[in-house]
Design a protein around this ligand. Sequence first.
Ligand code: CAA
Ligand code: NAD
Length: 310
Amino acid sequence: MAFSALNIVRSFSSSSVMNLALKNVTVIGSGLMGSGIAQVAAQTGHNVTLVDVSDPILKKASSRIEKSLERVAKKKFHDNEPESEKFMKETLQRLKTTTNTADSVKEADIVIEAIVENMKVKHDLFKTLDKAAPKSTLFASNTSSLSITEIASVTDRKDRFGGLHFFNPVPVMKLLEVIRTQETSDDTYNKMMTFGKELGKTTITCKDTPGFVVNRLLVPYMGEAVRLLERGDATARDIDTAMKLGAGYPMGPFELLDYVGLDTTLFILEGWHEKYPDNPLFQPSDMLKKLVSEGKLGMKTGEGFYKHQK
Ligand code: CAA
Ligand code: NAD
C-alpha cells in the first residue's frame, strides 16, 4: 500500500462504533517507538496523529509501519487476503502524519511523547504542548529512564500526566508499564490503565523510580555484559549464545543493545550515573561511548556490536 494512504483524510468510521476511553491519540516522535505506538493504537480503533520534525522522517516511519502491519496481518489472517487487506486499509485510514506539533494536539484525548531521551528537549516540547492542548487532554511520556515527575514539572497539568512505557517492538511486546507520580490523579491513572488494555497490552503499575521495573533490571544487565566483553572474558557472540541457551532469553545482551539502540542505552546509563555516581551498576563503559561517538548505534545505523543490513 502506498505511503500516500497515510495522509488521506482521517476516517472515524471504525472508532465511532467503538466506545474507547481515549479515542484521539497523538504520538510525538515517529522513531522506533513512536511508530510502533501509533501503529498499535490505530490497529485497535483509535484515531492517531503521528508527529515528527520532518516529512522524510515521517515517510520512513510510514514505511516501517506498513511493513510491520503486513507481518501483523499475516499472523492474524494467514492466507485470507481480503480480510488482510481490509485490516491494513482500515488501520492506515485511522493514521495521519504531520510536522505541526501545536495543531496535532487540538483534538487529542491523550498525547504520548516518544522523542529523544533528553530532559531539556522533552521540557521544550511539553511546554509547547501544554499551551496548545485542551485542558482535559492527558499527557504521557514513553521515557525509558527519566523521571516522569521532572518531565511533568514544566506543565500545568501534573495531575493529568503519567508514564506509559512501551517495549520494542511495540506491536509484539505484550507489556505496558503504567507509571503514576505522586501527583497523577486516580482518574488519569484509571484512564491510562484502561487505555493500555484497549491497546491489547498487559499493564503493570510502577512508581516513578529510575528505569521503572524492566529497565532497572535490564540496563545494568546489558552494562555488565559490555564490561565482560571489555575485559576480554568472552566474545560478544559467545555471551549472546550463553544468555540465549543458558537463560532462555530471546536475544543475547549485544543483540538486544543493537536492537534497542546504543545511543538510547548510553543516554540511560549517563543520566543515572550523573544522578547516582556511587552506583557501579550505572557506570557507562568506554566501549559503549566509543561506538556511539562513531555513529555505531545498532540496527538503526547498520552497525553496533554487530553489522546489520539496513
Ligand atoms: N512488527 C510486527 N511483527 C513483528 C515485528 C514487528 N516489528 N517483529 C517481529 N514480529 C513478529 C514476526 O512477524 C513473528 O511472527 P510469527 O510468530 O507469526 O512468525 C514474531 O514476531 C517473531 O519474529 P521473528 O520470527 O522475526 O523473530 P524472533 O522470533 O527472533 O522474535 C523478537 C523477534 C520478538 C524481537 C524477539 O527476538 C524478542 O522478543 N527479543 C527481545 C526483545 C526485547 O527484549 N524487547 C525489550 C527491549 S527493552 C525496551 O524496549 C525498553 C526500553 O526502554 C529500552
Ligand atoms: P528514535 O531516535 O528512534 O526516535 C525519536 C524520534 O523523535 C526521531 O524520529 C526524532 O526526529 C523525533 N523527535 C525528536 N525531537 C522531536 C520533537 N521536538 N518533536 C517531534 N519529534 C521529535 O528513538 P526511540 O528509540 O523511538 O525512543 C524514543 C523514546 O522512547 C525515548 O524516550 C526512549 O528512551 C524511549 N524508549 C525507547 C525504547 C527503545 O527500545 N529504543 C524502548 C522504550 C522506550
